[in-house]
Each structure stands twice: as structure tokens, then as C-alpha cells.
Design a protein around this ligand. Structure first.
Ligand code: PLP
Length: 453
């Protein structure tokens, strides 16, 4: 090409949650039945949409206005409703709400409308769309602060403050609460310190609160609107996880304190104008969400879902913790379980696992495994040996190795079985290979567990 058509930073354009499925599908085509534990889509995992909900949506389909464009910010009725239901109308008005085609779109617009040198520091691990959008807008690696699995995945505030202090480009702090992938609900005290930091260093805050209600009994989510004070902020919310209707592609942002900072106000306006260029977001989910969420059957339906995730979390933590190679902090909510590898000697650790078919082995070996992080090699071995697809933790911009699985499995017995298989694969992956080989004649000629078993 006369001039490069590849944007700087394209190597950071990754979305492991879906990319790994391409590999899983090919392994499945070679005859390994696959259990997909990678994506946070309850419907894809078999959760039934209740008839009353389908009927509500169907009725809306008979109303002509649901076929029209919505205003750019979204239907006024929907903006009023979300403030009442999910927020605090003393902190923000319907004019400060903007709907998007899923929060995924909002994430993209929030980062791509910042100047390249204006950086947003986000947690690690983090939902990859945030890290990728930050990296792409800047043309380099995303900038992050650590969440500590030994401290309930709370943010390392010292690291966060040091990075903000010494990196003048940082103008925004991202918090994902409740957190994907860890399932942690952050403490009020932690969040208040982050707000205080934003104020001290003249930054704005972004709180992704898409899971704000998907929390287990006894856990309270402190929302940005509860503590924001006069700091400029954006809260991100949606119905993908809540109703759950991820296919509706419906999320929104709530902008707080735009009037308190003219630069922040101008930035929010660029987000709005870039939305305007696309006209508006889908009308139907906005038109119908109030009726669905206010339906008399909704509270019991939602409570049953959350209770199922809680039970799965208990089972998952119990079974996975049986492996000395896995650290599995109990989640406070959300529908994921994140395990961190422990007791591995180094990044090179990890044995190839037994596969039933040499074609599967050859397929996995066709990847440059030696260049992969340990957890990605594990994820590939797990698919090949046990037919389970999880997402390596490195796919969440995380320096720790491990994996994320979902808590969405409908069948409790199958979920237990999946966890047991993961434990079996983990132990086999980390058992020191040479010790096994010591007992086998001509061991020096063997290159993988395939040949051992
Ligand atoms: C933390 C978080 N934010 C945003 C999204 C995007 O949600 P959607 O685009 O479906 O609204 C997801 C989806 O999994 C998520 O986990």
C-alpha cells in the first residue's frame, strides 16, 4: 500500500474470550466434544428466557414506534427509567444518560475519543475490551494497576497512586465493580480512596457497573453515584447481564459532574457527536426494558439466577481448591470464577497432556506453543485433553497465570464434572515431567505425556 493501512498498536487488538473459541471449534471438529466455559452469555449456556419475558418483548414488536430511530441519547422514557432503577437522579439527569449498542460500543467510544496521549489506567485483570480499547487508542500497551488475589482482589492503591503520580498522561481511572473476571465487589473504603486520588490528581473516573446487581446475598455494591462527590465521572451499565439479554446490544453511560470541568464536558460531547454520526442505538430494547424489569415475576426470576451462580461458585471453589496448583478466591458475585496458578516452578512449566487422537495433538502442536504464556498453553492442553474451553488469565491483561471459567452451567452435575476434569488436567499439567519419566525405561526419548500414558 502507498501508505500503511495498519493502525499503530494493532498487535494489541485481542479478545481472547472469543478468539479461543476458534481453536476450540477446530478441536471439536476433530472429534473432542467441547464444554464452552469461556463466554459470559447465560442464554448461550442454556438459560431459558421465561415466557412472560418473551410475551412482553413480542407485544412491543407490535408497536410501530419501536421500528423508528430513537433519539441519539436514547428514548427519554428509557433514560428516566434507568436513572430511577439503577442510579441516583440527584447526581445525574436524563440528559446525562447516553444509550449505546451494548457497553462494548460505549467502551470503544470512550477510549477512541480521547487524545492519544491521554491515558486511562485500568485494573489487571480486566475485561479485555477495556484494555484493548485503551491500548489501541494510544498505540501501545494498556496501562494498569494490580488487583491482588491474596487480598480479595482489591486494587493495589499504592501502585495505582505511584503510577498516576509519575505518569502525567494518566487522566482517567477505570474501575470495574463488581469485577469481571474476578467476581470481586470492591470495598467502599477502597473506592472512596480512588475517588480522592482522582480529585487530587485532577483525573476523571470511569466505573463499569454492568454487574451492579449480580451479587451474592450479603454483598453490597457501592456505586459511583453513591460516592462520586464533585469528581467528573462516567458510570457504565447495561442489560446484557441483568435481564439477561446480551443479544439486545443495549447499554448506557451516566455522566456525572460534566458541568464542573469544561474539558471533561467537551470530551463527553465528542462521545455524543460520534454516537450521533451513527444516528442512534437500537430502539426495541430501550422501549421494552422498563416493562421487563418492572414485571411482577422479574424479582423471583432474577433472585433464582443469582442463587444458581452462588451455588456454582461454592462448588467451583471447593473442587478447584483441591489442586495445590490453584488459588481460587471466592467471588462476591458476577458469574465467573477465576483461578490463579500457584506453585509452578517458572513460566516454562507445563507438560503436554494426553489426547485421544494424534490429529488433536498435531493440531495443538502446530501453534507456536513455546511463545505462549503458560496459562495459554494450559488452556490449549485442557481443550485437547478434556474438551473444556476456558479463557487464560493472560487474556485479561494480567501478569498472573490462571484461567477464568463461567458459573453459567445449567446442569449442576455437569458443572461438578467439569471442575473435576479441570483439577485432573491442572495436576497433570504441573506434575514435574522428569519425575514421571524416571520410572520409565528409555525415558530420554519421550517428548510428551502422550507417549508416556
Ligand atoms: C465488565 C464488562 N463490561 C462491559 C461488557 C460489555 O457488555 P455488552 O456489550 O454486552 O453491553 C461486558 C461483557 O461481558 C463486561 O463483562
Amino acid at each position: 500500500m502507498r501508505t500503511s493501512v495498519v493502525k499503530k498498536g494493532d498487535e494489541f487488538l485481542r479478545y481472547e474470550i472469543r478468539e479461543i473459541v476458534e481453536v476450540a471449534k477446530k478441536i471439536e471438529a476433530l472429534g473432542v466434544p467441547m464444554t464452552y466455559e469461556n463466554i459470559g452469555d447465560p442464554i448461550a449456556k442454556g438459560e431459558r428466557v421465561p415466557d412472560w419475558m418473551k410475551e412482553t418483548v413480542a407485544r412491543a414488536c407490535y408497536v410501530d414506534s419501536t421500528y423508528a430511530y430513537a433519539p441519539t441519547k436514547g428514548l427519554e422514557s428509557a433514560r428516566k427509567f434507568v436513572l430511577e432503577r439503577f442510579s441516583d437522579s440527584s447526581v445525574c439527569t436524563p440528559e446525562d444518560v447516553i444509550f449505546f449498542n451494548g457497553l462494548g460500543e460505549a467502551i470503544n467510544k470512550i477510549f477512541s475519543n480521547l487524545p492519544n496521549n491521554a491515558r486511562v489506567i485500568g485494573p489487571n485483570p480486566v475485561y479485555p475490551s477495556h484494555a484493548t480499547a485503551e491500548a489501541m487508542h494510544h498505540g501501545g500497551k494498556a496501562i494498569t494497576y494490580s488487583l491482588d488475589p491474596k487480598n480479595g482482589w482489591e486494587p493495589d492503591l499504592i501502585e495505582l497512586e505511584n503510577k498516576i503520580r509519575y505518569h502525567e498522561g494518566i487522566v482517567g481511572i477505570l474501575v470495574v465493580n463488581p469485577n469481571n473476571p474476578t467476581g470481586a465487589v470492591h470495598k467502599r473504603e477502597t473506592l472512596e480512596k480512588i475517588i480522592a486520588m482522582a480529585k487530587e490528581y485532577d483525573c476523571f473516573v470511569i466505573f463499569d457497573e454492568i454487574y451492579q446487581n449480580v451479587v451474592f446475598p450479603g454483598k453490597t455494591v457501592i456505586r459511583l453515584c453513591d460516592i462520586v462527590g464533585d469528581v467528573p465521572g462516567i458510570a457504565m451499565k447495561g442489560i446484557s447481564k441483568e435481564i439477561p439479554w446480551p443479544g439486545s446490544r443495549c447499554g448506557w453511560i451516566e455522566v456525572y459532574n460534566a458541568d464542573k470541568d469544561s474539558e471533561f464536558k467537551a470530551y463527553v460531547n465528542t462521545i455524543l457527536v460520534s454516537k450521533m454520526l451513527e444516528v442512534a442505538s437500537a430502539t426495541l430494547p430501550q422501549a421494552v426494558m422498563a416493562e421487563v424489569l418492572s414485571h411482577p415475576k422479574y424479582p423471583t426470576h432474577f433472585a433464582a439466577r443469582v442463587d444458581k451462580y452462588r451455588k456454582r461458585a461454592e462448588t467451583g471453589v471447593r473442587i478447584l481448591s483441591e489442586s495445590k496448583y490453584l488459588k481460587v478466591p471466592s467471588p462476591d458475585g458476577v458469574f465467573y470464577l477465576t483461578a490463579v496458578f500457584e506453585n509452578a516452578e517458572d513460566e516454562e512449566t507445563g507438560t503436554k497432556l494426553k489426547t485421544n487422537d494424534t490429529r488433536v495433538r498435531s493440531f495443538v502442536d502446530s501453534f507456536p506453543l513455546e511463545k505462549f504464556r503458560m496459562d495459554k498453553r494450559f488452556a490449549y492442553e485442557l481443550m485437547a485433553s478434556e474438551g473444556i474451553c476456558v479463557v487464560p488469565l493472560s487474556g485479561f491483561e494480567c501478569p498472573l497465570d490462571g484461567f477464568r471459567m463461567t458459573l453459567l452451567e445449567e446442569d449442576g452435575a455437569k458443572f461438578e464434572e467439569t471442575c473435576k476434569k479441570i483439577v485432573r488436567a491442572t495436576n497433570a499439567f504441573f506434575e514435574p515431567f522428569p519425575k514421571v519419566l524416571e520410572k520409565i525405561p528409555h525415558a530420554a526419548n519421550l517428548t510428551s505425556m502422550d507417549e508416556v500414558v
